[in-house]
Write a protein that binds this ligand. Sequence first.
Ligand code: NOJ
Length: 786
Amino acid sequence: MAKSFPNMKTMVSRKTRTFVAVTLLALFCSSLICVSAQRKEKSTQTKQEVKPGTADQQPRRRADALLAQMTLDEKLGQLNQRFMLFQTEESLNDGIRKGEIGSLLFVTDPAVINRFQKVAVTESRLKIPLIFGFDVIHGFHTIFPVPIGMAASWDPKMVEGAQMVAAREARAVGINWTFAPMVDIARDPRWGRIVEGAGEDPYLGAAMSRAQVLGFQGDRIGSPEHLLACVKHFAGYGAAEGGRDYDAANISDAQLWNVYLPPFKAAVDAGVGSVMSAYMDLNDVPATGNRWLLRDVLRKEWKFRGFVVSDANAVSDLKTHGYARDGQDAAVKALTAGVNMEMSFSATVYLKNLANAVKQNQVSIKEIDDMVRPLLETKIKLGLFENPFVDEARVKTTFDNPAHREAAKTAAARSAVLLKNQNNLLPLSKTAYKKIAVIGPLADSRQNTLGSWSLAMDVNETSTILAGLKTKLGTGTEIEFAPGVQMDRFSNPSIFDMTLKEKHPPTWTEVKAADEFKTAVDLAKDSDLALMVLGENQDMSGENASRSTIDLPGRQLELLKAVTATGKPVVLVLLNGRPLDITWAAQNVPSILEAWYPGSAGGNAIADLLFGDAVPGGKLPFTWIKNAGQSPFYYSHNLTQNPGEQEKRYWNEKAVPLYPFGYGLSYTTFAFSNLKVSQPEIRIGETVEVTVDVKNTGTRAGDEVVQLYIHQQAGGASRPIRELKGFERVALAAGETKTVRFKLGPDELRYWNAAAKDWVQEAETFDLWVGNDSTASLHSTFRVAQ
Ligand code: NOJ
């Protein structure tokens, strides 16, 4: 049964609570033949436009009628979202009763949700229901692979389905709103939150963004068993300097429009109902006080009609940034910039200051109304006025739906990426190994199989890799486990550790550690195969989990070397959310499978993959660098005056990644042929069709992700060496050939030009490549004429 999160009052001392509260407060806290600026009509039409005379006007009318009855304080109450952290139900109820709270987050117990809602709809003057928000990021009760893993599936339909399940489960407890999808482009893997997004590429990122919004929201806001989605963190958070979480981002206009904003635009076009403003400074203006972002881009340019919520405490943090003079200044700056709702622990800067700001003519009532209206409209669209309560009796049946676990298993299998498979060691034979040694600190850790933002699940329902193997092989094979090493965030514990349902603090003494290490190596010597499960604990990646190195934490590499030295065949399974320095493994370990944090059914899915009941088909959503010193590193960089010596950018090592963007192996092989472009030349605004045949040249069925990359040869700006502009994951039986079609039109061929300060499509020659990663070699060209 879901529990209210967090129920920590009873778990931690007052001193610890104070420390954690303070910490959380601080943290969450051409040859230019033609430059034809083309406003893309299509892309500025969103699903949310209020069209006169349509049903869309009804929520607006109802919201206006309500607004007309509200006092200023009641209006400000609607703009106030509070955490259920370190507060009593009574104190929150008091605020709800007075109409001072419009939303709560982090309540996951349906009974508690119903109790709060009852106070709102029966005891507050205007009976406006609360909207309950939660971080439903990759599952709720059933945990799916972390978002970077799901992006590695290159399967938007699957991702949409996964978020539909997550929405259904969260909705079942009374949650109406998820703070997802997180669509920040991340090109520096030192940044811990790379695990929460879709990686480095705007095209893949936009596809995943769209899929998630549709999965969460369904066909409209208020669709039964769905949630309101909230695309975050607007915008540029992934470019935090040095990969240090929360640090400032300095991003050129061209990079913003061409790289960082497209996944947000995709979410808006898909009808996302809310947006979360980011924490950090964007080009010296904090995102939460950034009028250009929140008004000019989001509302004017993109016609967004939903509402913006700040990240936790980000409004009061405008003062911390040195951008606002005091609380009132912070409130005025955020509100006038376009933040509708303030998410806060206790600062409630809006509630405390905006009435005064109105009195002092710093903000008008009209400005306040404009901020409240979309919130009311959303509550109306969600049906909260008609159906404020949740049926507690339906929670269990929803959680127990076997289809949810099956979907999580499929997602984990489709997300895994096979990085190396020397001599086809994988898939393993189910009968060839009498004894298998399962080694590593993550092999039997349920919490670490789930990944960050797994908060409301039952950890006991997690299948670890050890458990998955045992289930698969039954009693015919002896399976023995040894963790070998322990690891920890030694100098800077995670603020999220208090949310972990299962903890593995390193408790071994030096003698015990030496013993355990030896036990693991001896076990490998005594077995026919060593399956090593290494990577990072879940709290080593995610929010507030940046690192200056990307090595395997603790003594894991030492253990891997010692086990490999036994001469037994070794398979390495990785659980992690960022590229790790596995250079040694890539040279010395025969098979490596990237499993990410695979979720509730992860162990079963990985066992299927290891023993050939599923075939890996995932591809890397980021460039896998060798070490942190190479960061940032992404495939779509510009050409330079010395492209032939790209590999020599460093004198001490080759400036090449370990694995390229889009890379991933299979148990079968594929060949590409017959690349055709429908016309050698099109005009600006027209579309060219690209077709290619992909053949499964092996002896077993498998999936290939067909990827299309383009390069504009010249123009009004240097364009990236390659840009992904199409992909499709295709299932092929042994020997089967399929023809895959892509369309390249204005959407794919335009770019934002810094000099023109606009989108341009230029009459130029384009290269195109098709293949199965960003180094694809099958090449053609076409020309765009004026
Ligand atoms: C802070 C995080 O940055 C954001 O992603 C999350 O949604 C909020 N806290 C609420 O948990």
